[in-house]
Design a protein around this ligand. Structure first.
Ligand SMILES: Nc1ncnc2c1ncn2[C@@H]1O[C@H](COP(=O)(O)OP(=O)(O)OP(=O)(O)O)[C@@H](O)[C@H]1O
Ligand SMILES: [Mg+2]
Length: 273
């Protein structure tokens, strides 16, 4: 882990040497929407249907706190700290290539955030090409986020409430024109409207891997920051560095998560997982 951090720090320093952007002021934090009376809109959402066996099978281990949930709780705490320090609200979960664990991480974070008091969080599946958050969570929604972004379905009829602090925006299959939709004005307005109606402290987005298309990279201009997920022993350093550069051109890099680690020292705070 230290070697990765050192290598990334070195790559960053190299980049900054020649960077004309270094003196540019940081983008101003996104304005916090007015807090409407949101309790009723949260209470009116359909509840999440639990299938603990399926969740377990899909490696959703943060349903309850404990040893297995600890890494996700730690990630949650770091996300909260970074978001609050920098005034960030929209967080994209990205990875250079497919299969690094974005959806699994977001599914676990949803439960971890549900156990966090005093915060309200939306978890939205915007991987419109190969959506899978609904499968990992064992839900069969009637509609998709694509219908909401198109304006065909109201989020109030689609969102699922996980406990009292997390709302999920899922899909039931791929969207027909993900590129056009993701970058459309309708989609931007729909997301702004959801934020106004539900006043979340954080909005976490699952998106397609960066190498899947240009549209999800372009979508990053709509978020405040991104967490990059890399798969231990699979994602090469060069791919992580490239992803960090791609992301940094459009938004802030909140951090890099090394997922699927087989061996973790006690110093990291948890055992083998
Ligand atoms: N921490 C982990 N330990 C072991 N396996 C994991 C871990 N996280 C995810 N996986 C497994 O890796 C596979 C890919 O995970 P997931 O679907 O979450 O990745 P993804 O980045 O969302 O993929 P895609 O890019 O295709 O959307 C799944 O089989 C999942 O169970
Ligand atoms: Mg995924």
């Amino acid at each position: 882990m230290e070697r990765i951090q050192e290598a990334l720090a070195k790559a960053r320093a190299e980049r900054q040497k020649g960077s004309a952007r270094q003196d540019e002021p940081a983008a101003p934090p996104r304005a916090v929407p007015q807090m409407p009376a949101v309790d009723d809109s949260w209470a009116a959402l359909a509840p999440f249907k639990f299938n603990r066996t399926l969740l377990r099978r899909n490696r959703v281990v943060a349903v309850e706190s404990g040893r297995e949930a600890a890494p996700y709780d730690l990630l949650r705490t770091k996300i909260i700290h970074q978001a609050q320090t920098n005034g960030w609200r929209r967080v994209a979960i990205v990875s250079p290539d497919m299969g690094a664990g974005k959806t699994t991480t977001l599914a676990n974070l949803a439960f971890s955030f549900e156990r966090q008091r005093d915060m309200r969080v939306l978890c939205i599946d915007l991987d419109l090409r190969r959506p899978s958050l609904h499968k990992v969570l064992g839900q069969g929604p009637d509609h998709s986020m694509a219908d909401v972004l198109n304006g065909h379905v109201r989020f109030a009829e689609h969102g699922l409430r996980l406990g009292n602090r997390v709302v999920l925006g899922l899909n039931n299959g791929p969207a027909t024109r993900p590129s056009e939709l993701l970058l459309s004005r309708d989609a931007r307005d729909a997301l702004d409207g959801i934020e106004t109606d539900y006043a979340p402290d954080l909005v976490l987005f699952d998106i397609s891997p960066l190498n899947a298309s240009d549209d999800n990279i372009a979508f990053l201009q709509n978020v405040d920051c991104a967490v990059i997920i890399a798969a231990a022993e699979v994602t090469p350093m060069s791919r992580i560095d490239h992803a960090e550069r791609q992301v940094a051109e459009l938004t802030n890099v909140m951090g890099i998560v090394l997922n699927k680690c087989r061996y973790i020292s006690d110093a990291e705070g948890y055992d083998y997982y």
